[in-house]
Every structure is written in structure tokens, then in C-alpha cells.
Design a protein around this ligand. Structure first.
Ligand code: BGC
Length: 252
């Protein structure tokens, strides 16, 4: 963290590599978010180049926190559900650090980063007990937190619901691909939430991802029993969580 309490976060998604310096006193971005289209194919080397370009564009010289849509253990990506398969087994921390001139880098799962950010600055700020954040996007990401402590790499989007993976049933991308209405999609999301609440019994679900901007159109239609609140930070949660992780030395 810089003297001014700033840290830098980058969120790597299927369509964009997005980053900014974050003021850790309030979780606000210090400048407008910089976005570079995710290279296609999104191979490790191509993405590392995009990361280096983004950090140079921002003129940032300190440590950097980076998310991946993957299980990340000890800096190594272990899965790649919605990103190039070559990430599996890649030492992402070493790759990004080398691309950034050897500086300190922390790499973590994208939904885990969003969970950390919502927990400190957003929708889960006042919540205690077991909080399960789900991000609805290309896939479904998850962060499981108990009184603010993250249990990393939970991967609840891959839980089986009625014979299918949850994210194949109820990701936001499925709504688009099948042309589902909000009531139709909310029915599928409810099935996923019922499966998860029967396993975890959370105090609350936090619903994130781009589609949480339209929460009024679908959260009231959910029929599961646990309260569901919309995420607050919307498209900055991954960036903010990545910045928090590198500042706090959280490296799952
Ligand atoms: C991946 C997760 C990721 C989520 C959201 C899932 O397909 O397995 O690691 O958090 O998508 O990007």
C-alpha cells in the first residue's frame, strides 16, 4: 500500500482486463477504471502482456493484486472453466510478476476478491455470520465468508443441481443464450440457491455480477428461503478485492 493508502487491483474476465488504484480507506477507485479487451485466445502470455500494458498505462509502480476466473492455490491456477485451458497448472503469480518487472503480485479467484470487497465496503458490510456471495456472469463464481473470514476457492457454481452444474443452469450467460425472461431465469436461480442453502445454511446470499444491476427485476421473484441482497460495488468489486488482497497479503 502506498503512503496514501492506495493499492492496485486488476480483475481478469472473459471480455476485459480491468484495473485501477483503489483507496483502501473507503474502497473507491482513485481514477477511472482502465479496461483492455481480454486477448483472444486468452492464453497466459497474452493476458500477462495485457496486464503489463494496463499497469504501465496507469503509471503504477507498486505491488499488484490480480484476479483470475480460476481456482488459485499458492499462485498457481488449477482450473479454467471460462478462460483458456492453458491456464491450468500455470504459475500465475510468477508469470505476472515477471511481466511486471519482478514486483510483488498476489493472485486470487475473481469471486473471492468480490466477496472480500463486498464484505468490507459493500452489501455485506453490516452482515455477520455466514455470507455466501455468488457472481452471475459467464459462469457462477462464489465466495464463502464467516464473520469476514474468507474460505477461498469454494467453486459453488459447479455444484450439481438437478443433474446439471449450477452455472450451466443459471449463469447470466445462460439467460442470454436461451433468451429467458427474468421470471424464467429467477426460477433456475432459485433452484441453485435452494441446493446451496440446504448444504450451507448461510445467513444471507449476496448476488453479484453485472446482472445484479437489474436486481429489482429478479431478486424479488426468488423463492428460496434465505434472504438475498444485491451486491453494492457492481463492476468494481473484483478490482477492489484484488487491491485489498495484495495489501493484506491474502494469497490463497
Ligand atoms: C469458475 C470460477 C469463477 C467463476 C466466475 C467459474 O466457472 O470455475 O473459478 O470464479 O466462473 O468467473
Amino acid at each position: 500500500m502506498s503512503a496514501r493508502g492506495h493499492a492496485f487491483g486488476i480483475d481478469i474476465g472473459g471480455s476485459g482486463v480491468k484495473g485501477a488504484a483503489v483507496d483502501l480507506t473507503d474502497g473507491e477507485l482513485v481514477h477511472e477504471r482502465i479496461k483492455i479487451p481480454t486477448p483472444q485466445p486468452s492464453t497466459p502470455n497474452a493476458v500477462a502482456e495485457a496486464v503489463a500494458k494496463l499497469v504501465a498505462q496507469a503509471g503504477w509502480e507498486g505491488p499488484v493484486g490480480i484476479t483470475l476466473p480460476s481456482v488459485v492455490i499458492g499462485g498457481i491456477a488449477r482450473t479454467a472453466a471460462n478462460i483458456d485451458r492453458n491456464w491450468i497448472g500455470t504459475d500465475a503469480r510468477a508469470l505476472f510478476s515477471a511481466a511486471l518487472g519482478g514486483r510483488e503480485v498476489t493472485v486470487l479467484n475473481d469471486a473471492d476478491a468480490a466477496g472480500l470487497a463486498e464484505d468490507r465496503y459493500g452489501a455485506a458490510k453490516e452482515l455477520t455470520g455466514l455470507v455466501v456471495l455468488l457472481t452471475f456472469g459467464t459462469g457462477i463464481g462464489s465466495a464463502v465468508m464467516y464473520n469476514g473470514v474468507l474460505m477461498p476457492n469454494s467453486e459453488l457454481g459447479h455444484v450439481e443441481v438437478g443433474g446439471q452444474e449450477a452455472e450451466h443452469l443459471a449463469a447470466a450467460s445462460i439467460k442470454d443464450r436461451l433468451g429467458l425472461t427474468y421470471p424464467q431465469w429467477a426460477e433456475e436461480v432459485s433452484k441453485v440457491l435452494v441446493t446451496l442453502e440446504n448444504l450451507f445454511w448461510p445467513n444471507v446470499f449476496v448476488a453479484g455480477g453485472g446482472i445484479s444491476r437489474d436486481y429489482e427485476q429478479w431478486i424479488p421473484l426468488l423463492t428460496n428461503r434465505t434472504p438475498v441482497v444485491a451486491a453494492d460495488l457492481k463492476n468494481t468489486a473484483g478490482i477492489v478485492g484484488a487491491a485489498m488482497a495484495v495489501d493484506a497479503g491474502i494469497a490463497p
